[in-house]
Design a protein around this ligand. Sequence first.
Ligand code: DAH
Length: 346
Amino acid sequence: MLAELDSLKATALAELGRLQDAKALEDWRIRYLGRKGTVTQALRGLSALPLEERRALGVAANALKALLEEGYAQRLQALRKAELSARLRREALDLTLPGRPPALGRLHPTTQMLRQICGVFASMGFQVVEGPEVEWDYYNFEALNIPADHPARDMWDTLWIDGADPQGQRARLLRTHTSPMQIRVMEQTRPPVRVVVPGKVYRYEATDATHESMFHQVEGLAVDEGITFADLKGTLYEFAKALFGVERKVRFRCDYFPFVEPGVEMAIDCFACAGKGCRLCSGTGWIEIMGAGMVHPEVLRRVSYDPERYTGFAFGLGLERIAMLKWGIDDIRLFYANDLRFLRQF
Ligand code: DAH
């Protein structure tokens, strides 16, 4: 009987060593340790034996049972571990594999230029504000010292919404410049005023390489006690240096705009040839970049600012023109033709 237990032990352990999966292990457990399993049966059979024999065999059978239970537990753990590591290997992710790059858009060159210009003025304490593109005759012309019969209206070819000036100041139009925001800002605030106004403007115009019927301007306005032409020059000089390089020189020449007195046109020395004369500056050495001037006393009076107490300067620049100069673009129509080959360069 003892020999039987020994050979049972040998076969059970040999089989256990060969098991490769949980199902086979479970079958093995049932076969030896289950309710009708071989070892259980052997233990049960002991009760029929005489006492002496029963004692000796009982010890051996119980030891075998404990041994097989222990072997089963170890094998189970080993199988689980093997299964887990196989699964980890199977489901492994390669985290070093680069992802698919997301398609990135970009800012339109006009937007980039606009942000750059507003950024320069913001750093000098100007606030950025915007205004309506559909405007009253009153703000676009009348309040800016350009009455209905004023010849200066010819400077701006207007797109009328209600037909050309049928109701005088109450006619609507597409603003021809950003200057009307000077009036709107001053109507709503008291000095000191320091604003820049970027935005779209419209002209009734045949388009060519330097003219578009829609383009952008940036208007500037500063009003306070004691503002002089020197403040205008200093501010615009700083702007020119920030955008076109610290070595820039500036030139101011008299020009006429009804809402400023004196009015000037500002030029920078050509950054392509350093003033020697080239194609970019048409051989003159200078490039005009904006109109400016001291706010006309009539304009201040309109918004109930006392011109004896307050003075101010204003300026207006064409955004696309500045961008064309800076990036060497030779046709303004490229900006809004939606040709990706052009847009991708910025
Ligand atoms: N509004 C003018 C234009 O469209 C530009 C301009 C000139 C604006 C002189 C100003 C200024 O504020 O002072 O041609």
